[in-house]
Design a protein around this ligand. Sequence first.
Ligand code: HEC
Length: 135
Amino acid sequence: MNLKPSAMKWVAIDLAVVLLIIGAVLWINPWSSDEPAGGGGGGVAVEFDKAQAEKGKALAGSNTCTSCHSTTGGAGAGPTWKGLYGATGKRGGKVDEAYIKETLTTPPAVMAQYKGKFKDADIEQITEYIKSLAQ
Ligand code: HEC
């Protein structure tokens, strides 16, 4: 090539623009989805009943559960409910319906006030709410 220095400069600028575009496309990355098959942050999508979850949310509020358990991943006296469902619980084993039921019927010392307090229907609603926070 026999380009003048000024022409070389434009070639360099063109190249830079092309690289910028490639970089931007890779950065936005339209080919990759944040949701893997099954949805959720690496976990499996958890199905829940929306109406039940709403009732569970109200129960969790009126029973002050959420004063110890954050629903956003934040710290608290108890483990956050964000992503709790399906994860490994404090007592070991996977947090599922049975695990939550056991927590409420045979509560840990800090939750002793809830012993015998909830009907199965209440526990199911709270469980649906915790499920809704799985992702
Ligand atoms: C005074 C604070 C406090 C309140 C109020 C409270 N919890 Fe807890 N909760 C805890 C602590 C601390 C743990 C962890 C206990 C342990 O180490 O096993 C826990 C554990 C749990 C677990 C099991 C988590 C795991 O990983 O093992 C569930 C589910 C749960 N609580 C639900 C509830 C519900 C539902 C309510 C309201 C009805 C409630 N909590 C109210 C402090 C609280």
